[in-house]
Design a protein around this ligand. Structure first.
Ligand code: UFG
Length: 328
């Protein structure tokens, strides 16, 4: 297939691009490199440095694409509450431009990178796709609004689309992993301590209603996540909008994550308890049965050890290329 990948220079987008290229697809990445990095895009993919929304019309007019995977977005929960205008513009605005370009140029196959943040505080765990959607931050709200837009384009213009709601994506795939200019995610931050780029990890609360008092999350391996995008792309049907959760179905606490990182890095990783972080739910665990049943998705790297091991294999070889080294 000829596939356009927006935001294909970011962590998730570049991994999916690599897997698409390996599977023999003809891939073009469009990314403005505000958070992504050019070197994360595998050699076999074409690269266009541009804003995905602004470039969509021209790319789709001339590219003859069979499908689009749309990752380009801002994705920091805390930041989204501080500068919501930027999130509405960059997430919803860009997506509307892309949807219009797809409609105009008859490209009717879309996979959309969505998030568990669309659900907000869960009313029951594990979270299924029919759970209420009450996002507690602007990031989740923008992604939910895009889902509504996609659903109406599916009904009105026979778009075929799948929204994939990710839980906590982690791990690495070969030379692609988490190396952000601004890092807020637990596993990469803990590994920065092991690298010596940070003194300690702060645990955001140890008085949560969980067995060890720290928050529980569902960590999904980036390679398993990538597979789901290929399955979705291959099975979209015009006029239909599907929504699937993507998690591994197991919850691990912050303390368990830190312990796994100590085991795999051999570093003591000092930790200190800090106040709770605003907006954090105590437990977020996905039910991903729907995508397993309907698309045959079969995650194989679901244990925390594999996720941490792969993340460390990537992080430990970064050297000066790690943004946390402060030299780039
Ligand atoms: N945490 C710490 N210390 C840190 C960083 C994180 O204790 O320095 C804790 C958080 O409080 C949370 C857990 O580790 O309990 C995981 O936090 P992350 O920031 O790694 O991930 P989140 O669960 O906050 O966010 C993830 C995705 C978001 C998505 C959200 C869905 O990264 O994009 O899940 O709720 F929106």
């Amino acid at each position: 297939m000829k596939v356009l990948v927006t935001g294909g220079a970011g962590y998730v987008g570049s991994t999916c691009t690599a897997v698409l290229v390996e599977a023999g697809h003809d891939v073009t990445v469009v990314d403005n490199l505000t958070t992504g990095s050019r070197e994360a895009v595998v050699d076999g993919a074409k690269f266009v440095e541009a804003d995905a929304g602004e470039a969509a019309d021209e790319l789709l007019a001339n590219g003859n694409f069979d499908g689009v995977i749309h990752f380009a977005a801002r994705s920091l929960v805390g930041e989204s509450e501080q500068v919501p205008d930027e999130y509405w513009r960059d997430n919803l605005g860009t997506s509307l431009q892309l949807l219009e370009a797809m409609r105009r140029h008859n490209c009717n196959n879309l996979v959309f990178s969505s998030t568990a943040a669309t659900y907000g505080e869960p009313t029951k765990v594990p979270i299924t796709e029919d759970a209420p959607t009450n996002p507690t931050n602007a990031y989740g709200a923008t992604k939910l609004a895009i889902d509504y837009a996609i659903a109406s384009y599916c009904r009105g213009y026979k778009l075929g689309a799948t929204s994939l709601r990710y839980f906590n994506v982690a791990g690495a795939y070969g030379t692609i992993g988490e190396n952000r200019r601004i890092e807020t995610h637990l596993i990469p931050l803990v590994l920065q301590v092991a690298l010596g780029h940070r003194d300690k990890i702060m645990i955001f609360g140890d008085d949560w209603p969980t067995p060890d008092g720290t928050c529980i999350r569902d960590y999904i391996h980036i390679r398993d996540l990538a597979d789901a995008h290929l399955l979705a792309l291959a099975s979209n049907t015009p006029g239909k909008h599907r929504i699937f959760n993507l998690g591994s179905g197991d919850g691990y606490s912050v303390n368990e994550v830190i312990a796994a990182c100590r085991k795999h890095t051999g570093h003591p990783i000092p930790a200190e308890v800090a106040p709770r972080r605003a907006g954090d739910p105590a437990v977020l665990v996905a039910s991903s049965e729907k995508i397993q049943e309907e698309l045959g998705w079969n995650p194989t790297r679901t244990d925390l050890d594999t996720i941490v091991q792969d993340a460390w294999a990537f992080t430990s070889q970064l050297g000066d290329r790690a943004y946390s080294a402060g030299k780039r």
